[in-house]
Design a protein around this ligand. Structure first.
Ligand SMILES: [Zn+2]
Ligand SMILES: [Zn+2]
Length: 244
């Protein structure tokens, strides 16, 4: 499985960059996880929007779904320009009716509710879900292609359920909206120390910090996570890749 970070900023994108968006590729299948602001532009550095096979959305905050509308327009426009553009399935939870409805656009994209208590099979990927603690209903995802396993916390405060959910992940992609010593649990976000604790307790093999804040020295987040986690810790950045 190959992962490419398309966007990693919390809340709004830095100049020329994007908020949450991750391209996962396996066996020729292209899966987009979250579709934040700037993601459609970043995506085109790697594949064409019409080459996407499926999208999965963690929750309906703008920094995770802002580019759904322009993704839909890209499929609409390409359907006039070329034959064979298929309906793109976009999976989201159904605990926000307007959110789920927004994932469907004519015959170009189809919003499909996932069952968070079950397994979602998309191409070579199997995805399971964990409800997070966040200002909106949001699901973390554990994604495997049978060989590699990635856990993406999406947006959340640190909750005990995430430890077994993340157990033994080859890569833990953890949201890190705050620095050690701050309290992000109100709006439902983690600190660098929370991310390190989660990685340590779940015995994840590698930690990627993402959903990064627009203040402070970002390298400090890595230092703080490493105080409680002994394996590899890196900061997400545009085009950061993992796997093959
Ligand atoms: Zn959010
Ligand atoms: Zn967010």
């Amino acid at each position: 499985m190959k992962l490419t970070v398309l966007g990693y900023w919390g809340g709004y994108p830095g100049a020329g960059e994007a908020t949450s968006g991750y391209l996962l590729q396996s066996e020729g299948f292209n899966l987009l996880v979250d579709c934040g602001s700037g993601v459609l532009s970043q995506l085109q550095k790697y594949i064409k929007p019409e080459e996407l096979d499926a999208v999965v959305i963690s929750h309906y905050h703008a920094d995770h779904v802002a580019d759904i509308g322009v993704l839909q327009y890209s499929r609409l426009i390409q359907s006039f320009l070329q034959e064979g553009i298929k309906t793109l399935p976009i999976y989201g939870h159904n605990e926000d009716e307007a959110g789920l409805l927004s994932l469907t656009h004519l015959q170009h994209t189809k919003g499909i509710a996932y069952d968070p208590s079950g397994e979602l099979k998309v191409g070579p990927f199997t995805i399971t879900f964990q409800l997070t603690k966040h200002a909106a209903v949001c699901y973390a995802m554990r994604i495997t292609d049978g060989k590699d396993t990635i856990v993406y916390t999406a947006d959340t405060a640190l909750i005990p359920e995430l430890v077994p959910f993340s157990h033994n992940a080859d890569l833990l992609i953890a949201e890190c909206n705050f620095y050690k010593g701050m309290d992000g649990s109100g709006p439902g976000h983690m600190t660098s120390e929370d991310c390190g604790k989660l990685a340590h307790q779940s015995e994840a093999r590698q930690l990627l910090l993402t959903h990064l804040p627009h203040f402070g020295q970002l390298s400090q987040l890595v230092t703080e996570a490493k105080e409680v986690y002994n394996n590899k810790v890196e900061l997400a950045s545009s085009g950061w890749t993992w796997g093959a």
